[in-house]
Design a protein around this ligand. Structure first.
Ligand code: FES
Length: 278
């Protein structure tokens, strides 16, 4: 069992869990993820590593509450435990020697870009962080991100923080920052990732995205996380999770992501005692 050391609400529907997982913490690298189960024989869900401390043997993940398993995870309290923490999984992100990198984060991705910012900063690149959200209340870890970013730009749909609008403002934000951005890396929901790619493609700006796929084993065996990138079949768990966003077949990804939506909603309602609503 893996002990829960801290459980905290970061923003509406967003939760942070810090777990004791020394083996994972010792080997973790930027861009990797873990697979968690909330209970024995429960669903396995992939979560990006948002932070870790090898010396203390702890890892931190940020969870968006979207279904039965994430709901159980977000209800855990310090002192409780989870049966499964598998990882670190996935290929570590290659930290390219660039003058400046632009890291885009939304939702749980605000936390997941932290290790990337830390890795790029250590390597000597300047770090521009662009945070996108529905409103100002969607942001968290601002102190933490400020400690390693050279600049942070906010975009909110209701204009309560930073520029008002959508992530299509990204090219303007990069230009206004004055940073010599040579690479964009995005983490968050697939919709945000595809929009980032739409915004950066005309600029010819290399863009890597952390794909959000369903997963079961996380080792390339089950095929559930299959994606098409550059016309080739890839598995997000072993070939990714980061891919060239301009080469991803987004249409297929969105379709595959919807495959079990009905079952997910049904499962959530059942666990909440809402069967009569079905
Ligand atoms: Fe099974 Fe990737 S999760 S192949």
């Amino acid at each position: 069992m893996f002990a829960v050391l801290e459980s905290q609400v970061l923003a509406p529907n967003l939760h942070m869990l810090t777990l004791e997982a020394p083996d994972v913490a010792r080997q973790a690298q930027a861009g990797q993820f873990v697979i968690l189960r909330a209970e024995e024989d429960g669903e396995r869900i992939p979560l990006s590593l948002a932070d870790w401390d090898a010396a203390k043997g702890i890892i931190t993940v940020v969870i968006v509450n979207v279904g039965k398993t994430t709901d159980r995870l977000t209800r855990l309290k310090a002192g409780q435990a989870v049966p499964t923490v598998a990882g670190p999984l996935g290929r570590p992100l290659k930290i390219e020697p660039v003058k400046a990198v632009c890291l885009v984060g939304g939702c749980y991705g605000v936390g997941s870009i932290y290790p990337l910012a830390r890795a790029y900063r250590r390597q000597g690149s300047r770090v521009l962080i662009v945070l996108e959200g529905k409103s100002g209340f969607a942001f968290y870890w601002e102190e933490k991100l400020r400690s390693i970013a050279d600049k942070i730009v906010y975009i909110t749909r209701d204009g309560t923080r930073g520029a008002r609008g959508h992530i299509d403002l990204l090219p303007r934000a990069i230009e206004a920052s004055g940073e010599l951005v040579e690479r964009v890396i995005a983490n968050g929901c697939n919709h945000l990732l595809s929009e980032v790619c739409t915004a950066t493609q005309p600029l010819g700006l290399p863009t890597q995205v952390c794909l959000n796929t369903l997963m079961i084993d996380g080792t390339g065996m089950c095929g559930v996380c299959r994606v098409t990138v550059g016309g080739q079949m890839k598995f997000a768990c072993v070939d990714g999770p980061y891919f060239d966003g301009h080469a991803v077949d987004w249409q297929e990804l969105f379709q595959r992501r919807q495959s079990y939506l009905r079952e997910e909603v049904q499962s959530l309602r059942s666990s909440a005692g809402m069967e009569e609503c079905l």
